[in-house]
Write a protein that binds this ligand. Structure first.
Ligand code: PQQ
Ligand code: CA
Length: 682
């Protein structure tokens, strides 16, 4: 008589009503479900399930695939409770899927205005939802936090989280729910914003607290003690509050229920150049830090700053993991963190004290950390006006791609990388046609990404790294064909799962790194997989869809396909969807131009186009076309795209009033000139 059909609204309602703090805590011991972004409050992404293991993983097969109808980056970790999956696609669209059938239950599209696409630095992505007491929470790209009925997808409440809409705030991160409060930060530090995190009542949406990550205008009262303390580490001559200062908390969070501490990772400075932000120097708290807050009040408890006086977009927003490690014979409660700056940190999570840091890739900006937890910087780190290659680059030695920690092997599995670019401090590039000083100006951009402006010398790479956090050394590594690979999952079946930029989903032996299984995915993978149990059977799911910041202008696979969720189980036999070959056209040829316009065209292109479109003919083009590979007719008519063009509906800015017709002529000269310069001589 328990005849509530699985997948019905009544079933979903009952299953998701149970998801609260106690549920998340007890699920951490069984991991039958995947109820929160990082699987548990500690964000371990380690599943206790072992039905799929090193012995039978070779028999994994597709059970179903689901088309997310998404053409841009898919960064979402799918949540699953009792066989109901909640996953997001680009433009913050939520899909609820019945795992038992692979069928859609509902979708919710928050209708993010497409012309707001340019407000974010790094693709119109979303990293997933939060689930709590029958509700699904999605943070939309345009800054709205929306609560949905988990059974029907109907909107229950919506809050605008943005403090000032003149500035380019966006949200890409997944909310977390801690003690009945939905916690969310935002992005925007590339354009001049002030970072903060806000807590909303999960039931009603009422705002409970807000904590700013950096101080505001010091001539006005500070919001709290932590801001007064932080302001002493900034030089007012830099008027950092006009650009906002940065420090956006756009991804990482974790929670320790015993210590009652919420941990957040904070972002880079706005503008990037330390000298501009704070001419006399200073650490500029709380940029690039791990900060512990009281989740009930939002009050600051402690911080550890990983990159004092950030100058390189070295955010500390990369996902962290809480673990109890035995260090020098003593059990320690720690935060493990591998941020963009290339060092693996162990921090005492009870008080924020630095324990150790070791570089996990080659770096050239610092030789290490001293005992007090400060980096020992090299010459190259702050050189001012000359372009030079700082390693790692702003793409990070690791970016938002999740890591996982397996307590059995004692290893952390990290997607790490090198994306070489050159950097110039103290240069005023404008961005998207907005001049420095205006809201949504560059504020942070100090890039010279050009092959012809002191090219970087290091080589790009992507790597799956198994790291021993106790010894602070690598155990094993797998080299991938490209940077920008997916997040990881590890399981009690002694497995590590990861998708790759070149379009494969792979399982490894967690102890040795031996590859045990792989399957093609039709497009590049950047998101992290999840695993869970439904009616006694273990499944593994991955949402694929090439994109994110590296995917705007680059690609690593010759196939492309829509965002798709794949679900696998032992013995699965469903056919894979057809994969589509990516069509690359020839270098543009024959556009008439004045060669004398090329230098000015170069500067205009760097300021306005390069970040999304890449270098013409040099980059291969990602989700956004490379202009070096268009037809001549397209380039000849470039003004029709630049001014109120058809691509505005896909997220391209309208440059009316920002570029002149003359500017566009010069940009055309640069595009054709570059194509001509690099075309192989006959
Ligand atoms: O400073 C910021 O506010 C901010 C926000 C975001 C974002 O929200 O996606 C990224 C970054 N910075 C960033 O530096 C970065 O490398 C990055 C990569 C990605 C992505 O989704 O691929 N987002 C972001
Ligand atoms: Ca950033």
């Amino acid at each position: 008589q328990s005849a509530t059909p699985k997948g019905s609204a009544a079933h979903i309602s009952a299953a998701t009503q149970k998801v609260n703090g106690g549920f998340i805590a007890s699920n951490a011991r069984t991991t039958n479900d995947w109820p929160t972004h990082g699987l548990d409050y500690a964000e371990t992404r380690h599943s206790r399930l072992d039905q799929i293991n090193t012995g039978n993983v070779k028999d994994l097969g597709l059970v179903w695939s689901y088309n997310l109808e998404s053409k841009r980056g898919v960064e979402s970790t799918p949540l699953v409770v009792d066989g109901i999956m909640y996953v997001t696609a680009s433009w913050s669209v939520v899909h609820a899927i019945d795992v038992r059938t692979g069928q859609r239950i509902w979708t919710y599209d928050p209708q993010v205005p497409r012309e707001a696409g340019f407000k974010g630095c790094c693709d119109v992505v979303n990293r997933g939802v939060a689930l709590y007491e029958g509700k699904v929470y999605v943070a939309a790209y345009d800054g709205r936090l929306v609560a949905l009925d988990a059974a029907t997808g109907q909107r229950l409440w919506e809050k605008d989280t943005i403090i000032d809409r003149r500035f380019s705030y966006t949200i890409t991160g997944a909310p977390r729910v801690v003690k009945g409060k939905v916690i969310i930060g935002n992005g925007g530090a590339e354009y001049g914003v002030r970072g903060y995190v806000t807590a909303y009542d999960a039931k009603t949406g009422e705002q409970k607290w807000r904590w700013f990550t950096v101080p505001g205008d010091p001539s006005k009262p500070f919001e709290d003690e932590s801001m007064a303390k932080a302001a002493k580490t900034w030089d007012p001559a830099g008027k950092w509050w006009e650009a906002g200062g940065g420090g956006t908390a756009w991804d990482a969070m974790a929670f320790d229920p015993e210590l009652n501490l919420l941990y957040i990772g904070t972002g880079n400075g706005s503008p990037w150049a330390h000298k501009k932000r704070s001419p006399a120097g200073g650490d500029n708290l709380y940029l690039a830090s791990i900060v512990a807050l009281n989740p009930d009040t939002g009050k600051y408890v402690w911080h550890y700053q990983e990159t004092p006086g950030d100058n390189w977009d070295f955010t500390s927003t990369q996902p962290m993991i809480l673990a109890d490690l035995v260090l020098d014979g003593k059990k320690r409660k720690v935060v493990m963190h591998a941020p963009k700056n290339g060092f693996f940190f162990i921090i005492d999570r009870t008080n924020g004290r630095f324990i150790s840091a070791k570089n996990f890739v080659d770096v050239n900006w610092a030789t290490g950390y001293d005992k007090s937890g400060r980096p020992i910087e090299t010459e190259i780190a702050r050189k001012g006006d000359r372009p030079r290659e700082v390693i790692p680059s702003a793409y990070g030695a690791r970016n938002w791609h999740s890591m996982s920690y397996n307590p059995k092997t004692g290893l952390v599995y990290m997607p790490v990388q090198g994306v070489p670019i050159s950097l110039v401090d103290n240069k005023d590039w404008s961005f998207n046609g907005v001049r420095p000083g205006e809201p949504h100006s560059n504020m942070g951009w100090n890039l010279a990404m050009f092959a012809n402006v002191e090219p970087p010398t290091s080589k790009p790479f992507g790597r799956l790294l198994a790291w021993d956090p106790v010894k602070q050394q690598a155990k094993w590594a797998v080299e991938h064909v490209s940077p920008w690979n997916g997040g990881t999952l590890t399981t009690a079946g002694n497995l590590v799962f990861q998708g790759t930029a070149d379009g494969r989903f792979i399982a490894y032996n967690a102890t040795s790194g031996e590859k045990l299984w792989e399957t093609p995915t039709g497009t590049g993978v950047i998101a992290a997989p999840t695993t869970y149990m439904v009616d006694g059977k273990q499944y593994v799911s991955i949402a694929v869809g090439w994109g994110g910041v590296y995917g705007l202008a680059s690609r690593a696979t010759d196939r492309q396909g829509p965002g798709t969720v794949y679900t696998f189980a032992v013995g699965g036999k469903a056919p894979a969807p057809a994969f589509v070959a990516y069509q690359m056209s020839k270098l543009v040829e024959g556009v008439k131009y004045n060669p004398q316009h090329v230098p000015e065209g170069t500067a205009l292109y760097v300021s306005n186009c390069v970040f999304c479109h890449g270098v013409p003919g040099v980059d291969r083009g990602g989700n956004i076309p490379n202009l070096g590979y268009m037809d001549a007719a397209f380039i000849e008519n470039l003004d029709k795209f630049v001014f109120k063009g058809p691509a505005v509906a896909r997220g391209m800015p309208d440059f009316t009033g920002k570029l002149s017709a003359d500017d566009v002529e010069k940009i055309k000269a640069f595009i054709q000139g570059t194509a001509d310069a690099i075309r192989p001589k006959k």
